[in-house]
Design a protein around this ligand. Structure first.
Ligand code: NAD
Length: 264
């Protein structure tokens, strides 16, 4: 068996970072190389796995010796640039699920992909990766059918429609040769109440503790298809991120997607 892939977690004290640390513990094909937290965090120097003999401690900076493997970043948009710079400096593959990235940060990912393997995704659920592929196929096969996307999340979510709903809409538009921004209707009210030809409409539900649900509806006179994904547990994102880290290690520089992980 080949040696385990060293993985550096950045944002290790956060909800996703903690979930990823637990997933790493369960696997023997990947191994934690460092658990990075923000400067001044109370976690610095505390043991990562206190109930085991693994000596690793949370750290603010990456030890100089770590120069192979994958950096997995689930932090905050403001800290994203330094994370990507660290991966470039050490020639580590870069996997990130950090959301809220603006256009310059997205462009920086493209540039970095010229030097290191890069995989960023708004949603690391393997099920959503499959849903996206199904949506592409259906949208292409049924180009005249109406397409609308409904998503539901807990009430504390800051953005609407969700990044995943938008990504599904972009996938459908791309496979129909449409300009997404020209056909997307982000909420149906007022002048947008009536559906116009070729539009991709969105609706957002906010209630209770819903982890995340996405329905892509394709409809025509007399029949309709509904493609639905329901997340019930946030662990799916951590498992997907670790699967992506395992998959990307050793690949040539380039921009990869979670769909590549599932389908290649
Ligand atoms: P969180 O607030 O619990 O954790 C973020 C962590 O990043 C915090 O511990 C914070 O201290 C740390 N951090 C900030 N600056 C840092 C730095 N310079 N170096 C190291 N760590 C730093 O948030 P979360 O729920 O863990 O989510 C993290 C990110 O992942 C968010 O952007 C969230 O939207 C995104 N997310 C993506 C997916 C996905 O599938 N793509 C799923 C869930 C969450």
């Amino acid at each position: 068996m080949s040696p385990p892939i060293p993985v550096v977690i950045r944002g290790a004290a956060g909800r996703m970072g903690q979930a990823i640390l637990r997933v790493l513990e369960e696997r023997d094909d990947v191994v934690l190389a460092a658990a990075l937290v923000r400067a001044g965090s109370a976690q610095v120097d505390r043991p990562v796995y206190p109930s085991t003999e693994v000596p690793l401690r949370y750290a603010e900076a990456l030890a100089p010796g770590v120069t192979t493997g994958v950096l997995v970043d689930f932090s905050v948009a403001e800290a994203f640039d330094t994370g990507l710079a660290l991966a470039l400096e050490r020639r580590l593959a870069f996997v990130s699920g950090t959301t809220g990235l603006d256009e310059p940060r997205r462009a920086a990912l493209d540039r970095a992909a010229g030097s290191i393997p890069v995989l960023w995704s708004a949603n690391f659920s393997l099920g959503v990766a499959v849903l996206t592929r199904l949506v592409r196929d259906a949208a292409r096969a049924l180009p005249e059918w109406d397409c609308e996307i409904v998503e539901a999340h807990h009430g504390r979510k800051l953005d609407a429609p969700s990044g995943t709903a938008l990504a599904l809409g972009r996938a459908a538009a791309a496979d129909r040769g449409q300009d997404f921004d020209a056909v997307a209707v982000l909420a149906r009210a007022g002048e947008q109440a009536v559906r116009r030809e070729a539009q991709i409409g969105f609706a957002a539900v906010r209630a209770g503790d819903i982890v995340g649900e996405h329905t892509v509806l394709l409809a025509t006179a007399g029949e309709r298809i509904e493609l639905v994904h329901r997340a019930t547990d946030r662990w799916i994102f951590a498992r997907g991120a670790v699967a992506a880290a395992r998959w990307i290690a050793g690949r040539p520089p380039g921009r990869y997607t979670i769909e590549d992980v599932v389908f290649s």
